[in-house]
Design a protein around this ligand. Structure first.
Ligand SMILES: Nc1nc2c(ncn2[C@@H]2O[C@H](COP(=O)(O)OP(=O)(O)OP(=O)(O)O)[C@@H](O)[C@H]2O)c(=O)[nH]1
Ligand SMILES: [Mg+2]
Length: 396
């Protein structure tokens, strides 16, 4: 599970990253503050399985029944139009984010930066232009991967050393794209009836655009919403995209204040309380500003975006492997020690494989701790399942 941040230069990607991971990174109101990628860990929030059993347990990942599950996140260099031709920092950002399962496209919804990422007065720039050009750069990057190898690929097909599906899949293997996804897309686009030698450049662009949308889904984080005078633009974007309204800067401030024990705040909450008498007037003023932002957009949207990307866009589920289905624990007696994010449709055997290859190899059956029923390897798991794997081979 891997989230990539994507977007125009100077829109707040690193601010989002810093808030989400609680790590300090370079942030600046000018384009190309970030050059080398920042990699970190953030958490999705979900209901812990302890709720189902009505138990309490000591686990730093479970806060009053809310489970925090770690997810890797990467912040990369920003984009400007023409990145695929080398403008700005070029499209190295995509090389850095190519393994991402889902992308959060950070957009300056308040229009405070021009198309090159230079600061301008709020409302001066139309964010719709940014959404369009960033998507276009993303598509062009996909297209280049295929175009630069197209003649070689045609030769392989002619010499029967590879099929069309094999040839395309190999070119996209660095992006984690599977052969069935390529094959499905060739059918879906109708290109299955056209000889590869007859595919035009437009056919290739159409094909990769659809493949990109399917394999690298995007959630738009409508950021800098605190500066946005007319939030109705978000409703328009929602008609064709997954969108979450955000103020990464507000989240960063709340997380820092919470870390400094000035406030009580849980990421994703719509309220916070000042818990420390020693808050100085400047801090109080900053916190009051954030309070105003929350009254306008409910939550800062950072936690909501991470959850939405994993659970709504990717449709992942959370499953709890245990070694003792009665005590719901591992061998050391730790209750619900582990929570795993899996694609919807994952089976008990696939869960075993995420723990250890040997567990899957020697898989005999599994036990659903909620129902105490024995389940087979191809049993499809549900969100919140607590599972014990029985295998003839132990892990490691
Ligand atoms: N008002 C407001 N400002 C924000 C928000 N998020 C980021 N900023 C500001 O926007 C500027 C750019 O932030 P960065 O996080 O460096 O942006 P970036 O997209 O990583 O920029 P590059 O690395 O240059 O592409 C900084 O001045 C941030 O303080 C927000 O939600 N609201
Ligand atoms: Mg940055």
């Amino acid at each position: 599970m891997f989230i990539g941040l994507l977007g125009k230069a100077n829109v707040g990607k690193s601010t989002f990253f810093s808030a989400a991971t609680e790590t300090a990174v370079a942030i600046g109101n000018y384009p190309f503050t970030t050059i080398e990628p920042n990699v970190g860990v953030t958490y999705v929030k979900t209901k812990c399985a302890c709720k189902h059993f009505g138990i309490t347990h000591q686990n730093p990942s479970c806060l009053d029944g809310i489970r925090l599950v770690p997810v890797k996140i990467i912040d990369v260099a920003g984009l400007v139009p023409g990145a695929h031709e080398g403008k700005g920092l070029g499209n190295r950002f995509l090389d850095d984010a190519r393994q991402a399962d889902v992308l959060i496209h950070v957009v300056d919804i308040a229009g405070t930066t021009d198309i090159q990422g230079q600061p301008v007065p709020p409302g001066t720039h139309n964010p719709m232009e940014d959404i369009e050009f960033v998507e276009n750069e993303f598509n062009q990057w996909f297209k280049q991967i295929l175009m630069r190898e197209w003649q070689k690929l045609l030769k392989e097909i002619l010499q029967k050393t590879a099929t069309l599906v094999e040839g395309i899949t190999r070119r996209f293997s660095g992006l984690g794209i599977k052969d069935f996804e390529v094959s499905d897309m060739i059918k879906e686009t109708g290109l299955v009836t056209k000889k590869p030698t007859d595919w035009t450049e437009d056919d290739i662009l159409m094909f990769v655009t659809k493949l990109r949308k399917k394999t690298k889904p995007v959630l738009i984080a409508a950021n800098k919403a605190d500066l946005c005078k007319d939030l109705s633009i978000i409703e328009k974007i929602k008609k064709e995209n997954h969108v979450v309204t955000c103020s990464a800067e507000s989240e960063l401030l709340l997380r820092k204040a919470s870390k400094a024990n000035l406030i009580k705040y849980l990421p994703g909450d719509s309220v916070f309380t000042i818990s420390n008498e020693s808050v100085n007037p400047q801090q109080k003023q900053a916190l009051d500003l954030v309070k105003n932002v929350l009254s306008k957009i409910q939550t800062t949207g950072v936690q909501a975006a991470i959850n939405y990307a994993v659970f709504d866009v990717l449709k992942f589920i959370t499953v709890y492997p245990v070694e003792d289905e009665t005590k719901l624990s591992n061998k050391d007696g730790v209750v619900l020690p582990d929570a795993r994010l899996l694609p919807v449709g994952s089976t008990a055997k696939e869960l075993a494989a995420t723990i250890h290859a040997d567990l899957a190899k020697g898989f005999l059956h599994a036990i659903d701790a909620k129902t105490k029923q024995r389940i087979s390897g191809d049993h499809v798991l549900k969100d919140g399942d607590v599972i014990k794997i029985i295998s003839s081979m132990s892990r490691g």
